[in-house]
Write a protein that binds this ligand. Structure first.
Ligand code: 13P
Length: 276
């Protein structure tokens, strides 16, 4: 699978490909333009919520394809369904042409997680399949259940999933206090399985935490919150500075600069620049 090879290349060469979660055409455009400028491969993350907001998985696929064509994007672009809660959702996304899906059955018993992940891998030989083991918390260290190394070994052995997202101390949303990452767990995983790992909850971590994680097998890093913060900050500022502006084109356009700053900074930290 050509697109999976991009992630393997990152894994083998000590850098990570960013997954930037997107919400619409403009947002996607800014991400693609900056990644193209930096010659960085990119994964565009779309959640079920965003796919619904857009009108369906096909809309997301078409937005990405049209932008690639119109903007002359030459870097590898992987369209990924983030945190799907059902097999049906994954299948719909795959049918619409998504390159990659994450089935998030982390809240279910391991047996069920294995069963659904395995069936997706077997039935979709041309799609990258990601699974989560343990529970990645949300909003300030809440609800973290660290992955058990035995569960990770088992899910890899029994499903042959392409990407595994372990829970090692990261959280979605905003961190409260210092994040405490369990690097020993990453070392153990690397010793037992030879598979690229996914870091969820990348927003708000230090450069040092990113670099250490990449050195220990993380080859895909998910960023959502930091982009959302950049977007809302820009809109707030623009409307404060221009209270009489009513043209959405100008209002939304104001988000481009801040979104591109986030994208460019993280590409350099992850080392994915000039790898496309
Ligand atoms: P953040 O909320 O830290 O940006 O995490 C995003 C994520 O992991 C999406 O799957």
């Amino acid at each position: 699978m050509k697109k999976y090879e991009e992630i393997i290349k990152a894994y083998k060469n000590g850098y990570a490909i960013p997954q930037f979660n997107t919400i619409d055409a403009e947002y996607t455009r800014y991400i693609l333009e900056e990644c193209e400028k930096e010659k960085s491969p990119v994964i565009l993350g779309v959640s079920e919520k965003v796919a619904n907001h857009l009108g369906g998985f096909k809309v997301a696929r078409n937005i990405v394809d049209t932008l690639i064509e119109e903007l002359n994007i030459t870097i590898p672009v992987i369209l990924h369904l983030d945190h799907a809660k059902s097999k049906e959702s994954c299948e719909k996304a795959i049918k619409a042409g998504f390159d990659s899906v994450m089935i998030d059955y982390s809240a279910y018993p391991l047996e069920e997680n294995i069963k659904i992940t395995k069936s997706l891998v077997l039935e979709n030989p041309n799609t990258i399949i990601e699974c989560e083991v343990g529970t990645i918390g949300k909003n300030g260290n809440e609800g973290i259940v660290y992955s058990d190394i035995k569960d990770i070994e088992r899910i890899k052995r029994e499903t042959n999933a392409h990407l595994i997202a372990p829970s090692f101390g990261t959280v979605h949303g905003v961190y409260k206090g210092e994040p405490k990452l369990n690097f020993e767990l990453l070392d153990e995983i690397k010793n037992k399985i030879d598979t690229p790992l996914v870091m969820h909850g990348g927003s708000g971590l230090s450069d040092e935490n990113f670099k250490k994680s990449i050195a220990k097998g993380v080859a895909k890093i998910n960023i959502n919150t930091e982009l959302k913060q950049a977007w809302t900050k820009s809109i707030r500022k623009f409307l404060n500075d221009n209270p009489n502006e009513t043209d959405p084109v100008f209002i939304i356009k104001s988000t481009g600069v801040e979104i591109k700053k986030v994208v460019s900074n993280l590409i350099h930290v992850f080392g994915s620049n000039n790898k496309a």
